[in-house]
Design a protein around this ligand. Structure first.
Ligand code: MN3
Length: 244
Protein backbone atom coordinates (compact mmCIF):
# COMPACT_ATOMS: atom_id res chain seq x y z
CA UNK A 1 0.00 0.00 0.00
CA UNK A 2 1.50 3.32 -0.98
CA UNK A 3 1.21 6.18 1.48
CA UNK A 4 0.38 9.68 0.36
CA UNK A 5 -0.07 12.92 2.28
CA UNK A 6 -3.83 12.46 1.80
CA UNK A 7 -3.94 9.18 3.70
CA UNK A 8 -5.70 9.21 7.09
CA UNK A 9 -2.57 9.93 9.08
CA UNK A 10 -4.10 9.86 12.53
CA UNK A 11 -0.86 8.51 13.91
CA UNK A 12 2.41 8.21 12.09
CA UNK A 13 3.34 5.22 14.22
CA UNK A 14 -0.02 3.57 13.65
CA UNK A 15 0.34 4.05 9.92
CA UNK A 16 3.78 2.49 10.02
CA UNK A 17 2.41 -0.49 11.94
CA UNK A 18 -0.55 -0.76 9.60
CA UNK A 19 1.72 -0.39 6.60
CA UNK A 20 4.15 -3.10 7.64
CA UNK A 21 1.32 -5.43 8.63
CA UNK A 22 -0.30 -4.76 5.28
CA UNK A 23 2.93 -5.63 3.52
CA UNK A 24 3.13 -8.91 5.42
CA UNK A 25 -0.47 -9.70 4.58
CA UNK A 26 -0.11 -8.57 0.99
CA UNK A 27 0.31 -11.93 -0.67
CA UNK A 28 -2.52 -13.45 1.34
CA UNK A 29 -4.77 -10.55 0.47
CA UNK A 30 -3.92 -10.86 -3.19
CA UNK A 31 -4.79 -14.56 -3.05
CA UNK A 32 -8.21 -13.88 -1.57
CA UNK A 33 -8.99 -10.86 -3.72
CA UNK A 34 -11.36 -12.68 -6.00
CA UNK A 35 -13.37 -13.79 -2.95
CA UNK A 36 -13.53 -10.40 -1.21
CA UNK A 37 -12.11 -7.44 -3.03
CA UNK A 38 -12.72 -5.21 0.00
CA UNK A 39 -10.08 -7.14 1.91
CA UNK A 40 -7.36 -5.38 -0.06
CA UNK A 41 -8.67 -1.97 0.96
CA UNK A 42 -10.09 0.49 -1.48
CA UNK A 43 -8.78 3.32 -3.55
CA UNK A 44 -10.72 6.50 -2.79
CA UNK A 45 -12.76 8.10 -5.52
CA UNK A 46 -10.81 10.71 -7.45
CA UNK A 47 -10.13 13.67 -5.16
CA UNK A 48 -11.46 11.91 -2.04
CA UNK A 49 -8.96 12.21 0.79
CA UNK A 50 -9.57 9.03 2.76
CA UNK A 51 -9.15 5.37 1.77
CA UNK A 52 -10.21 2.17 3.49
CA UNK A 53 -6.87 0.73 4.68
CA UNK A 54 -6.20 -2.98 4.10
CA UNK A 55 -6.75 -5.39 6.99
CA UNK A 56 -3.49 -6.40 8.72
CA UNK A 57 -4.38 -10.14 8.44
CA UNK A 58 -6.56 -12.49 6.35
CA UNK A 59 -10.31 -12.25 6.92
CA UNK A 60 -10.42 -15.75 8.45
CA UNK A 61 -7.40 -15.21 10.73
CA UNK A 62 -9.41 -14.27 13.85
CA UNK A 63 -11.82 -17.22 13.77
CA UNK A 64 -13.51 -18.61 15.76
CA UNK A 65 -13.72 -15.52 17.99
CA UNK A 66 -14.39 -13.27 14.97
CA UNK A 67 -15.34 -15.06 11.76
CA UNK A 68 -14.56 -14.11 8.17
CA UNK A 69 -18.31 -13.64 7.76
CA UNK A 70 -18.38 -10.99 10.50
CA UNK A 71 -15.35 -9.27 9.01
CA UNK A 72 -16.84 -9.25 5.52
CA UNK A 73 -19.66 -7.10 6.90
CA UNK A 74 -17.83 -5.23 9.67
CA UNK A 75 -14.87 -4.24 7.52
CA UNK A 76 -16.23 -4.57 3.99
CA UNK A 77 -19.56 -2.82 4.68
CA UNK A 78 -19.57 -0.89 8.00
CA UNK A 79 -16.01 0.45 7.99
CA UNK A 80 -16.18 1.13 4.26
CA UNK A 81 -19.42 3.11 4.74
CA UNK A 82 -17.85 5.31 7.39
CA UNK A 83 -14.95 6.09 5.03
CA UNK A 84 -17.28 6.76 2.07
CA UNK A 85 -19.58 8.98 4.16
CA UNK A 86 -16.62 10.89 5.56
CA UNK A 87 -15.31 11.60 2.06
CA UNK A 88 -18.73 12.95 1.03
CA UNK A 89 -19.04 15.12 4.14
CA UNK A 90 -15.53 16.55 3.85
CA UNK A 91 -16.33 17.45 0.25
CA UNK A 92 -19.44 19.33 1.43
CA UNK A 93 -17.90 21.00 4.49
CA UNK A 94 -14.87 22.79 3.19
CA UNK A 95 -13.55 23.76 6.63
CA UNK A 96 -12.40 20.14 6.98
CA UNK A 97 -10.64 19.96 3.61
CA UNK A 98 -6.95 19.11 3.81
CA UNK A 99 -7.07 18.20 7.51
CA UNK A 100 -5.75 14.90 8.87
CA UNK A 101 -8.28 12.37 10.12
CA UNK A 102 -7.19 12.99 13.72
CA UNK A 103 -7.65 16.75 13.33
CA UNK A 104 -11.12 16.23 11.82
CA UNK A 105 -12.11 14.02 14.77
CA UNK A 106 -10.93 16.62 17.30
CA UNK A 107 -12.38 19.65 15.49
CA UNK A 108 -15.78 18.15 14.67
CA UNK A 109 -16.21 16.88 18.26
CA UNK A 110 -16.58 20.52 19.32
CA UNK A 111 -19.23 21.41 16.73
CA UNK A 112 -22.73 20.18 17.51
CA UNK A 113 -23.80 20.93 13.93
CA UNK A 114 -21.07 18.62 12.61
CA UNK A 115 -22.11 15.47 14.49
CA UNK A 116 -22.24 13.51 11.23
CA UNK A 117 -18.67 14.52 10.41
CA UNK A 118 -17.53 13.50 13.89
CA UNK A 119 -19.40 10.19 13.80
CA UNK A 120 -17.99 9.13 10.44
CA UNK A 121 -14.46 10.47 11.06
CA UNK A 122 -14.23 8.88 14.52
CA UNK A 123 -15.69 5.58 13.29
CA UNK A 124 -13.14 5.59 10.44
CA UNK A 125 -10.33 6.19 12.95
CA UNK A 126 -11.66 3.76 15.57
CA UNK A 127 -12.06 0.85 13.16
CA UNK A 128 -8.56 1.13 11.71
CA UNK A 129 -7.27 1.26 15.28
CA UNK A 130 -9.41 -1.75 16.22
CA UNK A 131 -8.08 -3.92 13.36
CA UNK A 132 -4.57 -3.10 14.50
CA UNK A 133 -5.51 -3.90 18.12
CA UNK A 134 -6.24 -7.50 17.08
CA UNK A 135 -3.76 -10.19 16.05
CA UNK A 136 -4.04 -13.97 16.00
CA UNK A 137 -1.55 -15.63 18.36
CA UNK A 138 -0.41 -12.32 19.80
CA UNK A 139 2.34 -12.40 22.42
CA UNK A 140 1.71 -11.27 26.01
CA UNK A 141 2.93 -7.80 26.96
CA UNK A 142 6.57 -7.50 27.99
CA UNK A 143 9.13 -4.81 28.84
CA UNK A 144 8.05 -1.25 29.45
CA UNK A 145 4.37 -1.93 28.69
CA UNK A 146 4.21 -4.76 31.23
CA UNK A 147 5.97 -2.57 33.81
CA UNK A 148 3.38 0.18 33.26
CA UNK A 149 0.51 -2.32 33.48
CA UNK A 150 1.87 -3.74 36.74
CA UNK A 151 2.38 -0.25 38.18
CA UNK A 152 -1.08 1.06 37.25
CA UNK A 153 -3.31 -2.05 37.48
CA UNK A 154 -1.39 -4.31 39.89
CA UNK A 155 -0.91 -7.05 37.29
CA UNK A 156 -1.92 -8.07 33.76
CA UNK A 157 -4.93 -10.08 34.92
CA UNK A 158 -6.40 -7.08 36.71
CA UNK A 159 -5.81 -4.93 33.62
CA UNK A 160 -7.65 -7.51 31.51
CA UNK A 161 -10.47 -7.67 34.08
CA UNK A 162 -10.97 -3.90 33.94
CA UNK A 163 -10.96 -3.99 30.16
CA UNK A 164 -13.53 -6.81 30.18
CA UNK A 165 -15.76 -4.96 32.65
CA UNK A 166 -15.64 -1.80 30.53
CA UNK A 167 -16.42 -3.77 27.36
CA UNK A 168 -19.31 -5.67 28.96
CA UNK A 169 -20.55 -2.66 30.92
CA UNK A 170 -20.80 -0.20 28.04
CA UNK A 171 -24.55 0.23 27.64
CA UNK A 172 -25.45 0.00 23.96
CA UNK A 173 -22.97 0.69 21.19
CA UNK A 174 -19.45 1.82 21.96
CA UNK A 175 -15.84 0.99 22.63
CA UNK A 176 -13.59 -0.15 25.50
CA UNK A 177 -10.08 1.32 25.46
CA UNK A 178 -6.74 0.92 27.16
CA UNK A 179 -5.36 4.47 27.17
CA UNK A 180 -2.44 6.48 28.41
CA UNK A 181 -3.85 9.34 30.48
CA UNK A 182 -0.86 11.58 31.08
CA UNK A 183 1.68 9.38 32.85
CA UNK A 184 -0.80 6.65 33.80
CA UNK A 185 -2.46 3.81 31.96
CA UNK A 186 -6.23 3.56 32.36
CA UNK A 187 -9.28 1.78 30.98
CA UNK A 188 -12.07 3.96 29.60
CA UNK A 189 -15.24 3.31 27.64
CA UNK A 190 -16.89 5.54 25.05
CA UNK A 191 -20.37 5.37 23.55
CA UNK A 192 -21.25 5.34 19.85
CA UNK A 193 -18.31 6.85 17.91
CA UNK A 194 -16.59 8.33 20.98
CA UNK A 195 -12.81 8.48 20.91
CA UNK A 196 -10.44 9.26 23.84
CA UNK A 197 -8.28 11.59 21.73
CA UNK A 198 -10.99 14.23 22.19
CA UNK A 199 -10.14 14.09 25.93
CA UNK A 200 -6.41 14.25 25.18
CA UNK A 201 -5.92 10.60 26.13
CA UNK A 202 -3.65 8.43 24.00
CA UNK A 203 -5.31 5.16 22.92
CA UNK A 204 -3.18 2.02 23.20
CA UNK A 205 -5.76 -0.70 22.37
CA UNK A 206 -9.49 -0.82 21.66
CA UNK A 207 -12.33 -3.36 21.62
CA UNK A 208 -15.39 -2.61 19.47
CA UNK A 209 -18.56 -3.54 21.39
CA UNK A 210 -21.14 -2.48 18.80
CA UNK A 211 -23.41 -5.44 18.12
CA UNK A 212 -22.15 -5.59 14.52
CA UNK A 213 -18.75 -6.64 15.96
CA UNK A 214 -20.06 -9.89 17.45
CA UNK A 215 -23.71 -10.62 16.73
CA UNK A 216 -23.20 -12.99 13.77
CA UNK A 217 -20.76 -15.10 15.81
CA UNK A 218 -22.04 -14.80 19.38
CA UNK A 219 -25.58 -13.34 19.05
CA UNK A 220 -26.45 -11.58 22.32
CA UNK A 221 -23.48 -13.02 24.26
CA UNK A 222 -21.20 -9.99 24.25
CA UNK A 223 -19.27 -11.46 27.21
CA UNK A 224 -18.16 -14.46 25.11
CA UNK A 225 -16.84 -12.18 22.36
CA UNK A 226 -15.08 -9.94 24.88
CA UNK A 227 -13.46 -12.90 26.66
CA UNK A 228 -12.30 -14.36 23.32
CA UNK A 229 -10.80 -11.06 22.18
CA UNK A 230 -9.02 -10.44 25.48
CA UNK A 231 -7.75 -14.02 25.88
CA UNK A 232 -6.75 -14.70 22.27
CA UNK A 233 -6.57 -11.65 20.04
CA UNK A 234 -5.31 -8.49 21.73
CA UNK A 235 -2.18 -7.17 19.99
CA UNK A 236 -0.02 -6.08 22.93
CA UNK A 237 2.85 -5.27 20.57
CA UNK A 238 0.61 -2.66 18.95
CA UNK A 239 -0.23 -1.28 22.42
CA UNK A 240 3.49 -1.08 23.22
CA UNK A 241 4.15 0.76 19.94
CA UNK A 242 1.56 3.38 20.95
CA UNK A 243 3.07 4.07 24.39
CA UNK A 244 4.34 7.62 24.66
MN1 MN3 B 1 -17.65 -1.50 14.44
Amino acid sequence: MSMSPQDPSYSRRTLLVAGSAAALAGSALAASRSRATEAAGSVPAEGAPFALPPLPWKEDALAPVISANTLSFHYGKHHKSYVDNLNKLVDEKKQYAGKSLEDIVKASAKEAADAAVFNNAAQTWNHTFYWNSLKPGAAAPTGKLLERINADFGNLDDCKKQLAEAAKGQFGSGWAWLVQDGAKLAVVKTSNAGNPITDSNKPLLVIDVWEHAYYLDHQNKRADYVAGVIDKLLNWEFAASNLG
